[in-house]
Design a protein around this ligand. Structure first.
Ligand code: GLU
Length: 466
């Protein structure tokens, strides 16, 4: 079996976004599933637009989600000599040539072509030039594109792609300052790195015929191509920040788990039956680029949160505690922690929410839900005060102690449980809703439970009732 060698080749001009990570994931899975190789190549030849921060952010994001690459990161900015060598090779073999057209000449050519209703294209005027070059004009280097026939390749997602040679001109492979162009460096690197399969966004589809011309000129075997459709928003438009899409590390800050991100992404453009949950092992076992979808996929925020909640529930409490510490969640003794985590695991969808809920529960409420306060009566506070006093001698070892006491108290005072619990919840947590009351009391402890009830009862003394 041939070795599968793939790569992810981001241009470090901004933070790694979710679409980029999906491309990386597909390439990673394909290589790893076949014991192949997966490389990371930073396409930083555009020195003006690159930033070291963006490169760092890409590497950091990879680390966070657990995508590892083989060998060292390849930086195109360190490979100019290699590109030079191949440009010279093509020139000396007569497959590329210097073109001395000035910008003004090119503009004039373009205008004339447009005026005649033609698509602007270079007119090959220096293709076979053997005269004396005009003085003082630093030339660009153009490759000799085929003059007839067509460029054809089988795309693993889009099917056969055929581009008429007439649609391509002798495009530039080195600028007048000697720097190689994008398509040239991609082709040289893919070939030299032995890349066998390229999975990338279909915004690159129009580059591929040019890259094939470069492969052919250099005598390199071309890789298999898979051009995947973009991720769209639910309205079918280009995904934006407003749709919830963020840079990968922003998902970390928003409290997403890497497992959820990878699982969410793998389903954007790839499927296996109607399965939705995929562990990394399953992805590795099941992923095949043959099952990549040719229609665009849609970013569904609800599904993303649903997956995140799923992976939060899967975590052990020890692991969760470690993760929540990054969100400044205070730590608790193990029995209280376990009770609180069990309650919250069923309610929250992000780690950030999880941590926020913990902080809220552990804080004595500073104010109380208005509408609940309005429904209180003198009697409500009297009952709460009695309940407060009744706690003095009861055990508080486990939740069942508290539960039993609540029931006994309600019974002994001829109160419906709800009549006791609803105001008690306001006293303890400040608002209706939230985790179970017994869990909350157990977690905050007896002293704090009494403290909160007393504080609430004191407030009651200042209120007037209708
Ligand atoms: N550097 C290109 C980008 O960030 C990707 C090139 C490729 O995958 O061939 O869009």
């Amino acid at each position: 079996m041939r070795e599968i060698i793939t790569r992810f080749a981001p241009s470090p001009t901004g933070h790694l976004h979710i679409g980029g990570l999906r491309t990386a994931l597909f390439n990673y899975l394909y290589a790893r599933a076949h014991q192949g190789k997966f490389f990371l190549r930073i396409e930083d030849t555009d020195l003006a637009r690159n930033s070291i921060e963006a490169t760092k952010a890409i590497i950091e994001a990879f680390k966070w989600v657990g995508i590892d690459y083989d060998g060292e990161v390849v930086y195109q900015s360190e490979r100019f000599e290699i590109y030079q060598k191949y440009i010279q090779k093509l020139i000396s073999e007569g497959k590329a040539y210097h073109c001395y057209m000035t910008k003004e000449e090119l503009d004039t050519l373009r205008d004339t072509q447009k005026a005649c209703g033609q698509t602007p294209r270079y007119d090959n005027r220096y293709r076979d030039f053997d005269g004396t070059p005009p003085a003082g004009i630093p030339p660009v280097v153009r490759i000799k594109a085929p003059l007839s026939g067509c460029i054809e390749f089988d795309d693993g997602v889009k099917g056969t792609i055929r581009v008429d040679a007439k649609e391509l001109d002798d495009f530039i492979i080195a600028r007048s300052d000697g720097t190689p162009t994008y398509n040239f460096v991609v082709s040289v690197d893919d070939a030299l790195m032995g890349i066998t399969d390229v999975i990338r966004g279909d915004d690159h589809l129009s580059n591929t015929p040019k890259q094939i011309i470069i492969y052919n000129a250099l005598g390199f075997a071309k890789p298999n191509f898979y051009h995947i459709p973009m991720i769209l928003n639910p309205q079918g438009h280009k995904l934006s920040k407003r749709d919830g899409a963020m840079g990968v590390m922003e998902y970390f800050e928003a409290g997403y788990l890497p497992e959820a991100i990878l699982n969410f992404l793998v389903r954007l453009g790839w499927s296996h039956k109607d399965q939705e949950i995929f562990s990394m092992q399953e992805m590795l076992a099941l992923f095949s680029p043959k099952a990549l979808n040719s229609s665009p996929s849609s970013y569904n925020q609800e599904k993303f949160l649903w997956l995140n909640a799923h992976y939060i529930r899967q975590k052990s409490n020890d692991a969760l505690q470690e993760l929540l510490a990054k969100f400044h969640a205070p730590s608790l003794p193990t029995p209280q922690r376990d009770a609180l985590y069990a309650a919250l695991k069923e309610r929250v969808q992000t780690l950030k929410d999880f941590a926020q809920n913990i902080c809220e529960i552990l804080q004595t409420p500073q104010n109380y839900e208005e509408k609940s306060l309005k429904s209180m009566q003198t009697e409500t506070f009297e009952n709460l005060q009695k309940f407060h006093d009744s706690l003095q001698n009861i055990p508080w070892e486990k939740q069942e102690d508290i539960n039993q006491h609540l029931h006994h108290f309600a019974q002994n005072h001829d109160l419906k449980l709800g009549k006791l619990m609803a105001p008690l919840r306001i006293a303890l947590l400040g608002k209706s809703g939230g985790i179970g009351l017994v869990e909350a009391m157990f977690v905050i402890g007896k002293a704090e439970t009494q403290n909160r009830i007393q504080k609430f009862c004191n407030l009651g003394k200042t209120l007037t009732f209708s």
